[in-house]
Design a protein around this ligand. Structure first.
Ligand SMILES: [Zn+2]
Length: 90
């Protein structure tokens, strides 16, 4: 059931193949984006990052979980960026 006023976004959990849809209001999404280290996952999907010590839960909402990356994960994110960019260039 779609919730009025909420937009679908792809889950941003540690599983790169994850295509789960999470729904946030535009306000919620903009709030997340004001924090570069924060990302949203589907409920339960935060476990991958949390158990790896790569992130901490900073908020649990109706339909999504807000996670903040810790330092090591920030480095991994940067590596992944390079990897993705290399793929585009190649
Ligand atoms: Zn996920």
């Amino acid at each position: 059931m779609a919730i009025p006023g909420r937009l679908p976004f792809i889950c941003e959990c540690a599983d790169r193949t994850c295509m789960e849809i999470v729904r946030l209001s535009l306000d919620e999404y903009e709030e997340v984006r004001t924090h570069p280290r924060r990302f949203v996952t589907a409920p339960g999907h935060q476990a991958l990052s949390v158990e790896a010590g790569a992130g901490v839960v900073v908020g649990s909402h109706d339909g999504f979980v807000l996670v903040e990356k810790v330092d090591v994960a920030g480095e991994i994110a940067a590596e992944r960026y390079d990897e993705l960019r290399g793929r585009v260039d190649g």
